[in-house]
Design a binder for this molecule. Structure first.
Ligand code: G3I
Length: 322
């Protein structure tokens, strides 16, 4: 199908993509397609603590600043990902030795230095990422160990203080497929919101597959969070075609199933109140850019474009569904 009109031109909510700055700078095919199709970008790695805060008193701004100027020039919004996580931490942070007060000061400085630097320039922040275990308990991250469960609330307060105009999100995976985890997250978010915290939305990552979760499960996740008053961001969408690994034969039937799954996600997302649709972000541009094959050591082709940046059935189906 034709590449124009572009995805975002057909949509009444932003269509985003995780971006690799190196590819944007050095791969013209990647840069052309990304710039053409999407109007919101999430940096895939360069805003994470190990990249942006590699030393205690040093913040590495230049890469994200350059992405930000690209976004401003090209009229794209930037989604901040992510302030507080248990992964991709710089070694100094993991090994930090200090009293509770010193931990608190370090945590606050990390959040507020970053939010102040980008004040007024990012549309939103994933303030806390992946704080829950699958059984609905809080993950025992360094943040929970040193600051207690209240670190989540504090993170949102500090971020809001430093950049009052940015929308603030909690972001996590498996919230559609795992009802226990979803209930725990929803209950924490409702509780914080009731207490007046600036907490605008939920990032449902949606690393899903052609086989699961079932559409009615996806629908209930969208409805649970939107009915509770949160903006809903499908924040890291990809649709695995080989979720169990092993030998894999790609073929027209598989691409069609992937396209159907995406169409279902789009149509369920459109059932959410317009004002609560923050946007849909794909976690990578082409199958050659996906995190999945290397993370799980398997063949997979979860995105809209193939490894040669050609549109797949999912791309064309998405355009019909928007
Ligand atoms: O930077 C090094 C590079 O110097 C080295 O040569 C190379 C060799 O392997 O590794 C590079 O680091 C990799 C980094 O991505 C940058 O490419 C890491 O090994 C790799 O583990 C890291 O993976 C990222 C992953 O988060 C880390 O957990 C993926 O790119 C990124 O897509 C993924 O994104 C996360 C979201 O932030 C949160 N939700 C889940 C999602 C998937 O894991």
């Amino acid at each position: 199908c034709a590449l124009q009109p572009a995805l975002y031109q057909l949509s009444d909510f932003p269509i985003g993509c995780a971006v690799d700055l190196n590819k944007l700078d050095y791969n013209p095919t990647y840069a052309q397609l990304l710039g053409q199709q999407f109007n919101q970008l999430s940096p895939e790695n360069i805003m994470k603590p190990e990249h942006i805060h590699p030393q205690p008193n040093y913040y590495h701004w230049s890469e994200v600043d350059s992405l930000l100027s690209y976004c401003q020039k090209e009229h794209k919004s930037l989604h901040g990902h992510t302030l507080i996580w248990h992964q991709q931490l710089p070694p100094w942070m993991e090994e930090f030795e200090g009293t509770t007060a010193e931990w608190e000061a370090m945590f606050k400085d990390h959040i507020q230095s970053i939010c102040r630097h980008f004040k007024g320039k990012v549309r939103a922040w994933d303030v806390v990422n992946e704080a829950f275990n699958e059984d609905g308990t809080l993950r025992n991250s360094i943040w929970k160990q040193h600051l207690g469960a209240a670190y989540i609330e504090k993170a949102f307060r500090y971020a809001h203080e430093a950049d009052p105009d940015a929308l603030l999100f909690y972001n996590d995976f498996n919230l559609a497929i795992n009802p226990k985890k979803r209930a725990a997250v929803l209950s924490l978010l409702k509780n914080l919101k009731q207490r007046g915290l600036a907490l605008d939305g939920i990032g449902l990552q949606m690393h899903i597959s052609i086989a699961f979760p079932e559409n009615r499960v996806i629908e209930s996740a969208f409805q649970d969070f939107s009915k509770a008053g949160f903006l809903v961001h499908i924040s890291e969408l990809d649709i695995s075609v080989n979720p169990y690994g092993g030998d894999f034969q790609a073929g027209a039937e598989i691409w069609e199933r992937q396209a159907q799954k995406l169409a279902a996600v789009i149509s369920l997302y459109k059932q959410i109140e317009n004002s609560q649709r923050y946007g849909i972000t794909f976690w990578g541009l082409s199958d050659a850019d996906s995190w999945i094959p290397s993370a799980f050591n398997r063949k997979d082709y979860p995105l809209l474009f193939d490894g040669n940046y050609q549109a797949k059935a999912a791309y064309c189906k998405m355009k019909e569904s928007l």
